[in-house]
Design a binder for this molecule. Structure first.
Ligand code: UD1
Ligand code: CA
Length: 477
């Protein structure tokens, strides 16, 4: 015995109206086919084979990203779901006593739990197949389940081939099945394309297996949406909303506070520790991990970020950043790939950081650009400071030591180093290294041209104000 999974993904997905193959559209950080592959994990199948057709190279690459040992079967022309399963089986060495699970690649909401139920029922001597079904309000477009008097399945009839009574049935076929391999193989050899679409319907296998004396049993999905197929952008949005709710529920049960779940989008690939709080309007994406007690949001997007415990990130965008324990970011900051904030570091408002590390306890509180820089511990970067890392040809490093005080509105022209404990004067353009403990002053000497406004802007409000100030000084009323 063993288990084999066949995923059907050769459809063109024309209703998506997209250059991207249908199964490569994404829902919360995973492609449709990626979600299906993940759901099949719990089956511990010995083989997974994916039937591809249109744009097969892109689909193949995505499948192999999830499972480098997956097999690919090419369906050159659309011959129907039965044809697709037949060519998949031809490519694998599958004994008659194996269980074959067939799943449409466009059903991203299927759960491992339902697949386990399906397989458990099928792995019984008298059963030839188990079919996942659902009761839906609107069965339009689906194959209808025709039950026998013992509540098994007699056959499945496609809508295009159904009569008026059959169309009234609200129990529909999910296109997700578990088969006893021997029965499936024999049935596939007998399927004929005698139907409205001239295709080999996999659904016809059900009637054939029944006629051979084995039972076909239905498994009704816990939620109808587990079987929701994504065929257009409207269904893509529906599936996204359902997946969002499902992921949010999971994290709330795991001890995460979500202030407003409907506006919180957490990718399937994210990990959160307990006592994280997420305020409204956040997207936590990619391979992001957030530590215990962190406070995220409102209106924050994190993509591929590592966030330490008790960090606070407010109204900011962070991509590929590591944010240490107790660190603070925002409001309104932008951390780009390679931004590393040490424990208790602070990046305040309107600050952009790229490929730079900011040491423990150091602060960049206001209106700065920090790029290709290393800042030691407990240093303070004055408001409006910029590292000029790019000379138009190459990027250069700025190195700032520990306990440094950079004055407000500095421009640090890289490559340049400011040693431990050094200060720089406000408004400096720092072009030379500043040794440890020195005060770097990089600005012109100020000069005042007395009486300039009175001479050059005579009669202006400024000149009048200046004159009043001069009179007051002289004691004139
Ligand atoms: C199919 C079922 C229907 C069920 C519905 C559920 C059949 C005949 N009908 O109908 O009973 O209610 O799914 O969504 O099986 N595919 C291939 N090669 C083909 C044809 C299809 O790989 O030659 C793939 C598609 O990419 C898709 C899946 O099989 O992933 C289902 O095909 P689709 O055309 O969507 O079938 P439906 O008409 O929706
Ligand atoms: Ca479909």
């Amino acid at each position: 015995m063993g288990r084999v999974v066949i995923l059907l993904a050769a459809g063109e997905g024309t209703r998506m109206r997209s250059d991207v193959p249908k199964v490569l559209h994404t829902i919360l950080g995973r492609t449709l086919i990626g979600h299906v592959l993940c759901a099949t994990e719990s089956l511990s199948a010995s083989e997974r084979i994916v039937v591809v057709g249109a744009k097969s190279e892109e689909v193949t690459a995505e499948v192999l990203r999830y499972d480098s040992r997956a097999k690919i079967a090419h369906q050159e022309r659309r011959g129907g779901t039965g044809h697709a399963v037949r060519i998949a089986l031809e490519q694998i060495d599958c004994g008659d006593d194996a269980t074959v699970v067939v799943i449409a690649g466009d059903a991203p909401l299927i759960t491992g739990h339902s697949l386990d139920r399906l397989v458990a029922l099928c792995e019984n001597d008298q059963v030839g197949a188990a079919v996942l079904t659902a009761d839906v309000d609107d069965p339009h477009g689906y194959g209808r389940i025709i039950r026998d008097p013992e509540n098994g399945i007699l056959r499945i009839v496609e809508e295009k081939d159904a009569d008026a009574d059959e169309r009234e049935v609200h129990e529909v076929n999910s296109s997700i099945y578990a088969f006893y391999a021997g029965a499936l193989k024999r049935a596939l050899a007998d399927i004929k394309p005698n139907n409205a679409q001239s295709e080999e319907y996999l659904t016809d296998a059900i009637e054939i297996i029944r006629a051979s004396g084995k039972k076909v049993v239905p498994v009704v999905a816990d939620d109808y949406f587990e079987i929701l197929g994504v065929n257009n952008r409207i269904q893509l949005a529906e599936a996204t909303a359902i997946m969002r709710d499902r992921i949010n529920l999971h994290w709330m049960e795991a001890g995460v506070t979500l202030i407003d779940p409907p506006t919180t989008f957490i990718d399937a690939t994210v990990e959160l520790e307990s006592d994280v709080t997420i305020k409204p309007g956040c997207q936590i994406e990619g391979v992001s991990r957030i530590g215990r007690g962190a406070l995220i949001g409102p209106d924050t997007r994190l993509f591929n970020c590592e966030v330490g415990s008790d960090a606070v990130i407010t109204k900011s965008e962070c991509d590929g950043a590591t944010i240490g324990r107790h660190a603070q970011v925002g409001p309104y900051s932008f951390l780009r790939p390679g931004a590393h904030l040490g424990e208790g570091a602070k990046v305040g408002s309107f600050v952009e950081v790229k490929n730079s590390s900011i040491g423990a306890g150091s602060k960049v509180p206001h209106l700065s650009y920090i790029g290709d820089a290393t800042i030691g511990i407990e240093s303070n970067i004055g408001a409006g400071t910029i590292t000029a890392n790019y000379d138009g040809v190459a990027k250069h490093q700025t190195v700032i030591g520990d306990h440094v005080r950079i004055g407000s509105d500095n421009i640090l022209i890289a490559p340049v180093e400011v040693g431990d404990g050094a200060y720089t004067a406000a408004g400096s353009a720092i072009t030379e290294n500043v040794p440890p403990g020195a005060m770097g002053v990089g600005r012109g000497q100020q000069r005042n041209i007395l009486g300039w406004v009175g001479r050059k802007r005579a009669g202006s409000d400024s000149a009048k104000a200046a004159e009043r100030a001069g009179n007051e000084e002289k004691g004139v009323k």
